[in-house]
Design a protein around this ligand. Structure first.
Ligand code: ZN
Length: 164
């Protein structure tokens, strides 16, 4: 090893351990585990079940482009189901226009979603996912309307709407 390389290594090693600390929370970004054994599908099984866009959201915690989902403007009465496993997640009577460009709800159907903290944008956010299949749905914030004050900011690609 020449002098140049060893000097680089000297700089690289502390830098790498620093980056490891920063990026460690990224590891929790793998999608959440299913609560029911029958929904613990392999990557390939999920890929066969979902469109590539929905796979990216549900299984890789992706986010669709704002204002890209038709469900953002959906105003009919009905139920929003998890596109991964058909669990009912939201009812249209809890939907509101948050102006953010994503379908937004002030309450989920009881027991339908679970939360965890993620650090994808470094600042901690509360991620939520389908309580049955573990598929990522969106993030929940505390700037929603009454009575809950919550804003469930959901990816339209993670939902399937069935009108009444
Ligand atoms: Zn699900």
């Amino acid at each position: 090893m020449n002098q140049f390389l060893s000097r680089r290594t000297f700089i690289l090693i502390p830098t790498m351990s620093f980056l490891k600390i920063i990026f460690k929370p990224m590891q929790v970004l793998a999608s959440s585990l299913a609560s029911k054994e029958e929904w613990n599908l392999s990557k390939d099984e999920w890929k066969a079940r979902l469109s590539p866009e929905s796979y990216y959201i549900l299984r890789e915690e992706g986010t669709e482009r704002a204002f890209s989902s038709q469900l953002n403007n959906e105003k009919r009465k009905g139920i929003f189901y998890c596109v991964g496993c058909d669990l009912p997640l939201f009812s249209s009577d809890k939907k509101y226009d948050s102006g953010t460009g994503w379908p937004s709800f002030w309450e989920s159907i009881q027991g339908s979603v679970d939360t965890k903290v993620d650090f994808k944008l470094i600042v901690p956010r509360t991620e939520y996912h389908c309580s049955r299949c573990g598929g990522h749905q969106g993030h929940v914030f505390n700037d929603g309307p009454l009575p809950t004050g919550k804003r469930y900011c959901n990816n339209g690609l993670a939902l399937k709407f069935v009108p009444d």
